[in-house]
Design a protein around this ligand. Structure first.
Ligand code: NAP
Length: 239
């Protein structure tokens, strides 16, 4: 999709996993703030909520295809985006177990691998592959979860999901230690428990209660070097 805008004047966010839920809402919020958005969808569905957004904001939204679990698709996206510059790369895509009550000893190996690969390995493959599209003044963010905090795990439940986000946090910290001489901001975001397909109808927050705050926290973190684990109100989450 072509853009008539002057890309030098318009900051751009690349959101990985923007078809629905929080990723779509983050895209909509950045548009309100006059940013341009490149958002990815998996490609199986011809019309997603991101496509609706692109129709309403033709000059501001581009759609790319990516399944983060397919390494060759990550490489192909990196090639297509050569020469582009993104003030923010935000990896939002994630999944959970079909049954949130399943204990770690009872989960099937297949489901364990699906959740761990999607939530921990694949986001980091995306970060590693696309990091050079983000300038030193920019930011690399990944959607974590409060459930990834080891310190705050006093209630159990969602054991595989918690483990996958704790692993993501550890991998992002490893990545950050390799970037310690750089000025780029990095963030692991905990959006709160939000009513989406993943969060479920009983979640505490609406998308409207989480995402505008979350986007303000992201924008506030731009220009502050180093990795922080923050929630949607900007509070530090203990590791
Ligand atoms: N909702 C909450 O309470 C909550 C709390 C803490 C953290 N989070 C995190 O927030 C992120 C978004 O969650 P959500 O609540 O918005 O869930 P959602 O409504 O289920 O959306 C999940 C998104 O991830 C995408 N996705 C899943 N697997 C993918 C893959 N292999 N490749 C590319 N995209 C993939 C989905 O794309 P498709 O449409 O193609 O399936 C969709 O855009 C996740 O990382 C989640 O763990 C959510």
């Amino acid at each position: 999709m072509s853009s008539n805008r002057d890309s030098r004047a318009t900051p751009t966010i690349l959101i990985i996993g923007a078809s629905r839920g929080l990723g779509h809402a983050i895209a909509a919020e950045f548009l309100k703030k006059d940013w341009s958005v490149v958002g990815t969808v998996r490609g199986a569905k011809p019309q997603t909520k991101l496509h609706d957004l692109a129709e309403q904001h033709k000059d501001q939204v581009e759609i790319e295809i990516l399944d983060i679990n397919e390494q060759e698709q990550i490489a192909a996206l990196r090639n297509r985006l050569s020469g582009r510059r993104f003030e923010i790369l935000f990896v939002n895509a994630g999944t959970t177990t079909n049954n949130e009550h399943v204990k770690i000893g009872d989960v099937t190996t297949e489901e364990f691998m699906r959740v761990m690969i999607t939530n921990s390995l694949s986001p980091m493959r995306v970060v590693e592959a696309l990091q050079d599209l983000v300038p030193q003044t920019g930011m690399i963010g990944v959607m974590s979860s409060g459930q990834g905090s080891i310190t705050n795990n006093l209630t159990g439940m969602r054991e595989v999901y918690r483990g996958s986000k704790a692993a993501l946090n550890m991998f992002m910290r490893s990545f950050a230690t390799r970037q310690s001489n750089e000025k780029r901001a990095m963030v692991l975001m905990a959006p709160g428990w939000v009513r989406t397909d993943l969060g479920g109808p009983g979640a505490r927050l609406s998308i409207e209660e989480s995402v505008p705050n979350l986007v303000d926290v992201l924008l506030g973190k731009l220009g502050r070097p180093g990795l922080e684990y923050l929630d949607y109100l900007g509070r530090i989450v203990p590791w």
